[in-house]
Design a protein around this ligand. Sequence first.
Ligand SMILES: NC(=O)c1ccc[n+]([C@@H]2O[C@H](COP(=O)([O-])OP(=O)(O)OC[C@H]3O[C@@H](n4cnc5c(N)ncnc54)[C@H](O)[C@@H]3O)[C@@H](O)[C@H]2O)c1
Length: 305
Amino acid sequence: MNFFLETLKVIGLSFYYLLESLVFLVVPRRKKNVSGEIVLITGAGSGIGRLLSLKFASLGATVVLWDINQEGLKETSRLARENGAVRVHCYICDCSKRQDVYRVADQVKKEVGDVSILINNAGIVTGKSFMDSPDSLVEKSMEVNIMAHFWTYKAFLPAMMASNHGHLVSIASAAGLIGVNRLSDYCASKFAAVGFAESVDIEMRVLGKTGIKTTIVCPFFINTGMFDGCRTKWPRLLPALEQEYVAEKIMTAIRRDQEILMIPRSLYFIISLKQLLPVKLTVLFSDYFGSLHVMDNFRGRGKKD
Ligand SMILES: NC(=O)c1ccc[n+]([C@@H]2O[C@H](COP(=O)([O-])OP(=O)(O)OC[C@H]3O[C@@H](n4cnc5c(N)ncnc54)[C@H](O)[C@@H]3O)[C@@H](O)[C@H]2O)c1
């Protein structure tokens, strides 16, 4: 195709895609049916992972729950069954260990079948200034928050590609879009998670695997306990999010094949400003919104958790 024709095509399609997304703003897409899908959720033993497990189970999906915390898993499974779910499969898996991920993935394929919706949700946070962060915790954050995503994709993506059907969900963070004081290793791992999911999504499109969808989730603080002690400066303007609200938003985004979900909505505006403004202004606004000192009173989860 020559330059003139290709330019015309791009202009035409640009208008079409813009119009399409405006229409979807007014008339939202239909939510897809997930009953019969095999949904694997890492970090299903508490917080957002637990809520997503219960929601998928209640919609008739087969849920495969992974966590390192046996008690947490048992409780999620009990709650799911209490809600009437029958197809609940629990596996202890330490996602920070590649061989553990591959071993348990093989077990799942044999015992349950091919996973069609993969939700990389397990996450940890160090919550210290960079120089105070022990090397072991920095490594662990990278292993759980991003390396595990590589290994789960390697394990489950081939079957999705073979059937051109699947959904890859990455529970990243707003900290995967903007740097935060005292969250350097966490931010690095979440930026990586966003970049990885986005790149594989592009790869699937180039390969014509349009039946494999991606949803990248970037929430602000959620009151699950992971960031206990953190306080937002203007809670009315930027409150910590309720976990039930976040889980429901994630479910809707997955079922509507939404590529990226930022919560709250103001993040779309804040992140685009960050790309446009001089760095000094970004830092000024970060201070104004309290993000420079948001980690000052961080406690996180106690040891028993
Ligand atoms: N809580 C927040 O403010 C917040 C904000 C943005 C993004 N997120 C992200 O959302 C996801 C869920 O967080 P949450 O708030 O529900 O936290 P959570 O601590 O309640 O849940 C995380 C789960 O991951 C599990 N896990 C930790 N290490 C593991 C490992 N090595 N192998 C397997 N499982 C492991 C834990 O046992 C736990 O059940 C995380 O990826 C987190 O980074 C959280």
